[in-house]
Design a protein around this ligand. Structure first.
Ligand code: PLP
Length: 386
């Protein structure tokens, strides 16, 4: 991107690349953080370390906003500085000796953290895979869901729905199958619901909508894409009391220990913002902002569709997943769009070998940039039949 800008200093680059939010945080939420920050300058309002797990009010607020009727207790929720940070803490909890499975393509942090904690064995350039990881191919050909009857047992299964980058959302039936599979094999599912708020249909928003999930699944989530907190930093992880390791010991006890050892709690200012997010006024503001990004997604998807591309996602996640014809590499497609339209996308290959041949377009951008991008894409691909 920087090299392109140096080569073409006159070009106005539009980024539909990284999944970073672009719109300001709703005022009701920013104001709560401002007041909390100011409070820190007063004797009455000053606080230092809080509890590592986060304040009771925020955990209760999350239960009410996102887990009502799902049987989640506030003490099973751990507030954090973001879902990515929780993924590495979870990998630390599991340690180097476990085997893991991850969707391919998927958010790269699952595989990367597995490598970091030493769960993998070697890298195989021919398959572009790390040894010991089970890559669950999730492509249009299998409706973005793996054939579990052909999948080997692993200790952990990372599963993200709605998925980044494909935008695919697992159905209730698919998640029931996944939970049954984990139960049969004694596996733990790490379910990432960072984009659940973007869902337009009635597929499950949380893994705990599936009966029996409390015994097999951890759920991690985030305020990043919910409220524009990518820079503020706030997330949470749910560890149900019933979830046990194979030796019968409760996972929640060990996760609490890992958390308290590696973390001193999320910023008190961020937590004040989080509390405002789960208030009724905050939730209304959040849904409005999510609606804005969803409209961006619709415009992008419609553009690629009208140009004759095969597109996926875009309904339940702020990403459109586009397949390019022939056997073009995703890096070549990325280069072409950057060179000829000054638009940054993300090559599908960055999300795993299964992403080859695709690019991801992110809807996190100002509306005028989305409109401008669609015009440039129409000029670039309008004359071609794809
Ligand atoms: N999970 C998924 C699926 C993501 O796409 C992202 C960020 O793009 C994250 C987690 C990271 O969340 P956080 O900003 O809370 O670390």
């Amino acid at each position: 991107m920087a090299a392109h800008q140096r080569k073409h200093p006159e070009s106005k680059l539009i980024s539909l690349g990284i999944g970073d939010t672009s719109e300001p945080i709703p005022e009701v939420i920013a104001r709560a953080m401002e007041q909390r920050a100011h409070g820190l300058s007063t004797l009455k309002g000053y606080t230092g370390y809080g509890s590592e797990q986060g304040p009771k009010e925020l955990r209760e607020g999350l239960v009410k906003a996102f887990y009502s009727d799902l049987g989640i207790d506030k003490d099973e929720i751990f507030i954090s500085d973001g879902a990515k940070c929780d993924v590495i803490r979870l990998q630390l909890l599991f340690g180097p000796d476990v085997t893991m499975a991850a969707q391919d393509p998927s958010y790269p942090a699952y595989v990367d953290t597995s490598v970091l904690v030493g769960q993998t064995q070697g890298y195989y350039p021919d398959t572009q895979q790390y040894g010991k990881i089970v890559y669950m191919k999730c492509l249009p050909e299998n409706n973005f869901f793996p054939d579990l009857s052909k999948m080997p047992r692993t200790d952990t299964i990372f599963f993200c729905s709605p998925n980044n980058p494909t935008g695919a959302t697992a159905t209730r039936k698919q998640l029931e199958e996944l939970v049954a599979f984990a139960k049969k094999n004694g596996s733990i599912i790490i379910y990432d619901s960072a984009y659940a708020i973007y869902m337009s249909d009635d597929h499950p928003k949380s893994i705990y909508e599936i009966p029996g999930a409390r015994e097999v699944a951890i759920e991690t989530s985030s305020f990043s894409k919910v409220a524009g907190f990518t820079g503020v930093r706030l997330g949470w992880t749910v560890v149900p009391a019933e979830l046990r390791f194979q030796d019968g010991s409760p996972v929640i006890k060990d996760f609490n220990r890992v958390l308290c050892t590696t973390f001193n709690g999320a910023s008190n200012i961020s937590q004040a913002g989080g509390l405002a997010c789960v208030s009724s006024e905050g939730l209304e503001a959040i849904h409005k902002m999510v609606g804005f990004y969803k409209e961006n997604t619709r415009i992008l998807k419609e553009t690629f569709d009208s140009l004759g591309f095969e597109t996926y996602g875009g309904q339940n996640a702020p990403y459109v997943w586009i397949r390019f014809p022939g056997s073009q590499s995703s890096w070549n497609i990325f280069d072409e769009i950057l060179e000829k339209a000054d638009i940054v996308t993300t090559p599908g290959r960055g999300f795993g070998p299964g992403g080859e041949g695709f690019i991801r377009a992110s809807a996190f951008a100002h509306r005028e940039d989305i409109i401008e991008a669609t015009q440039r894409l129409k000029s670039l691909y309008g004359g071609k039949s794809n």
